[in-house]
Design a protein around this ligand. Sequence first.
Ligand code: 5GP
Length: 202
Amino acid sequence: MFKRRPLLLIVSSPSGAGKTTLCKRMLAEFTDIRFSISHTTRPPREGEEDGKDYVFVNTETFEKMIEDDQFIEWAHVHGNRYGTSRGEVRAAASGGVDLIFDVDYQGAAQIKKNYPDAVSLFILPPSIEELKLRLRARGTETPESLEKRFRAALGEIAHLGEFDYLIVNDNVDRAYDQMRAILIAERTRNNRCSHLAERLLH
Ligand code: 5GP
């Protein structure tokens, strides 16, 4: 089977904008796309599985990985470290599947720098009030961590100009339609499917 060059789809948003729901929906619909599992030094939350949601590591292991140049990108986010390992992109390339990255704006910029044809999209909440409500509705936050997340969200939103596409998630069905339209259109870019023409012409 032909293995096409993977499409690297970066999805960023402030927490509370609905990014996880949208990514899960895309992964459920498209079997030829996989989620890039990041490494993190943050402790697992309830229900999170090691090796599925994240690879949970201690600071020492993370630092060793930085030293060994094992990350395409890594960043400090909310006081913890998060990074995308080179192995994730290699695995996607050899499997002929596309890859979704859930990373912050720093990760998005680094991935774009390393892979200029990566496609980045930014999910926005419909309003700041709605963002506050959604953050609060999670119920997992203490007032301090809520405030910290809210500040971080505003900081993240300040970088929206660096992304290729913007999606306002005021209606999850519409936002998902926009996201899948981007995926489908980007897959047909000439440089990603020139193999189809080659097969025809030779
Ligand atoms: P959470 O702790 O809520 O799972 O994630 C916090 C933030 O870290 C999110 O904005 C998420 O996009 C970002 N993040 C997750 N993995 C990575 C990664 O590998 N690299 C970078 N730069 N950010 C990440």
